[in-house]
Design a protein around this ligand. Structure first.
Ligand code: UDX
Length: 413
C-alpha cells in the first residue's frame, strides 16, 4: 500500500519507519523544507536510539517532500500543542484535513495525533466524503523505535468497517488489535497517559511520606508492584514527570471536562502533586542567593535531548530567580543554561549537585568525582538512581523518600 504520513515529529517519523519496515512505500510530508532535505539524506531531526539506522535501512521506501501527493491513505501526525487556556490546539490537524479534502475528497484519513474526544466525529461531520479513523500512538521517547516494533496494543477507532480491516492489516502485529469507535480511541489515549501520570504522582506522595516516617519508597514501590493488580512500572519516585505528552494531555482532558461542568479530581490532583514535587526538591536544596548548584541531567528523561516541560528547566528557572548560581550538564540536551561538557566541570565549586535525569553516566558518578570537585559534596538525587555501594568519599546524600541513606567510607559516621 502507498501511504502518506503528514508531519515528521516523533509520531509521524517513527510511524513512517514502521510502515516502511513492513514493506510499504511511504511518502512523508512536512512544511519544514530543511528537515525534509536532511531526512532524505538519512539525518534524523531527533535524538532517538536506532532511528538513523532504521532510516538508512528503509531509504528506498521512504520519500520526503513538502508537497501533498495523491495517496490511498493519509496518516495525520501533526502537533496538537497546548493553548494558553490549557485546551488542545487543533489548528494544524484541521488545516491538514482541509487540504487532503481539497486534493482527494474521498480519501481515507487516519488521525494519529493526540486529539480530544469528539474531534474525529466533528471532522467527519464537516467532511462527510472523507473516511476517517483514529489510531492513537503510545510510543515513548527514547525507546520509540523499539516501542513501534513491539506495541502492547493497536487501537483502531472507526465506523468504517472496510477501513478498519485495511488498518488492521497495515499495522499488523502480534499484539491485540482493539476495534472501537473514534471517540473511544481518542479517550483511550488520554486515559492511558493520565493513568500513568497518576501512578507517578501517587508514588511521589508516598515518597514524601516515606521521608517523614523513615521508610524507603524504593522498597515500598517494589513491595506494591509485585501485586499484579498494581504492577511494577511507573512507580519510580523522583522530581516529577515532564515531557511533551503528560502535562499537555492532562491539561487538555481536564479543560475539556471542566467545560462540560465535570471535574476530573484524581487527574487534576496528579497534576497538582507533580507541581508540588518540584517545590519539594527545591525545599530539599534549601536555596539562598549566591548558592552554587549543579543540575545533572536536563532533558525530561534519559535517551532523548527533548527539553519540553523538563523538570530540570523548571527548577533552573525557579533557582535563578532566587539568585542561585546554576550550572548544568546533559549528555544530549542543549540549553541556554551555563552548561558544561563534563560532569566534573559542572560540579566544580558547587555546593549542591542535583540529579534531575537518570542518564547512565550520571547514575554512575562516583563519590570521588563529587568530593574531588565540589565545594561541599552534597547530592540530591531527584531520580533515586544512585545505587548504594561502599565507595570511598564522603557525600551527603539525599534521595526522594529514601531517608537515612548515606554514602561514606567512614563506618562511624
Ligand atoms: C509518554 C507515554 O509513556 C507514551 O505512551 C505516550 O505515547 C507519550 O507520553 P514519554 O513522554 O516519552 O511517553 O515518556 P515516559 O517514559 O512516559 O516518561 C514521562 C515522564 O515521567 C518523564 O519525565 C519521566 O522521568 C517520568 N517518570 C516516568 C517518573 O517520574 N517515574 C516513573 O516511574 C516513570
Amino acid at each position: 500500500m502507498q501511504v502518506t504520513v503528514i508531519g515528521t515529529g516523533y509520531v509521524g517519523l517513527v510511524t513512517a519507519i514502521g510502515l516502511a519496515d513492513a514493506k510499504h512505500d511511504v511518502v512523508c510530508v512536512d512544511l519544514n523544507k530543511e528537515r525534509m532535505e536532511q531526512l532524505a539524506q538519512g539525518i534524523a531531526p531527533i535524538t532517538e536510539e536506532g532511528i538513523e539506522e532504521a532510516l538508512q535501512k528503509n531509504q528506498s521506501r521512504l520519500t520526503f517532500t513538502t508537497e501533498y501527493p495523491l495517496s490511498d491513505l493519509y496518516l495525520v501526525a501533526v502537533g496538537t500543542p497546548e493553548r494558553a487556556d490549557g485546551s488542545c490546539d487543533l489548528s494544524a490537524v484541521q488545516a491538514v484535513v482541509k487540504l487532503i479534502h481539497s486534493i482527494q475528497p474521498d480519501a481515507a484519513v487516519v488521525l494519529k495525533s493526540t486529539i480530544p474526544p469528539g474531534t474525529t466525529e466533528s471532522l467527519q461531520e464537516m467532511y462527510p466524503s472523507l473516511r476517517f479513523a483514529m489510531v492513537p500512538e503510545f510510543l515513548r521517547e527514547g525507546t520509540a523505535i523499539r516501542d513501534m516494533r513491539n506495541p502492547h496494543r493497536v487501537i483502531i477507532g472507526t465506523h468504517d468497517q472496510g477501513l478498519a480491516e485495511s488498518l488492521a492489516d497495515l499495522f499488523k502485529t502480534n499484539a491485540p488489535i482493539v476495534h472501537v469507535d473514534p471517540t473511544t480511541a481518542e479517550l483511550t489515549k488520554y486515559a492511558a497517559n493520565s493513568f500513568l501520570a497518576v501512578k507517578i504522582s501517587f508514588i511521589n506522595e508516598i515518597a514524601r511520606l516515606a521521608d517523614i516516617v523513615g521508610a524507603d519508597v524504593e522498597d515500598v514501590a517494589h513491595g506494591i508492584g509485585l501485586d499484579p493488580r498494581i504492577g511494577p512500572a511507573f512507580l519510580k519516585a523522583g522530581a516529577g514527570y515532564g515531557g511533551s505528552c503528560f502535562p499537555k494531555d492532562i491539561a487538555a482532558l481536564t479543560t475539556l471536562a471542566q467545560r462540560q461542568g465535570e471535574h476530573l479530581h484524581v487527574i487534576e490532583a496528579a497534576d497538582r502533586t507533580n507541581e508540588a514535587q518540584l517545590e519539594y526538591v527545591l525545599q530539599k536544596i534549601d536555596p539562598r542567593p549566591g548558592l552554587r548548584i549543579a543540575l545533572l541531567g536536563l532533558s525530561f528523561k534519559p535517551g532523548t535531548d527533548d527539553l519540553r516541560d523538563a523538570p530540570a528547566l523548571r527548577l533552573a528557572e525557579r533557582l535563578t530567580k532566587m539568585g542561585v548560581i546554576v550550572t548544568g550538564y546533559d549528555p544530549a540536551a542543549k540549553t541556554l543554561l551555563d552548561q558544561k561538557k563534563t560532569i566534573e566541570e559542572a560540579v566544580a565549586g558547587a555546593e549542591v549537585a542535583v540529579i534531575m535525569t537518570e542518564w547512565d553516566d550520571i547514575k554512575h558518578v562516583t563519590p570521588q568525582q563529587l568530593t574531588a570537585n565540589m565545594k561541599t559534596a552534597r547530592l540530591i538525587d531527584g531520580r533515586n538512581c544512585w545505587a548504594f555501594v561502599d565507595e570511598p568519599g564522603d557525600v551527603q546524600y539525599e534521595g526522594i523518600g529514601r531517608p537515612g541513606k548515606t554514602f561514606s567510607n567512614n563506618p562511624t559516621s
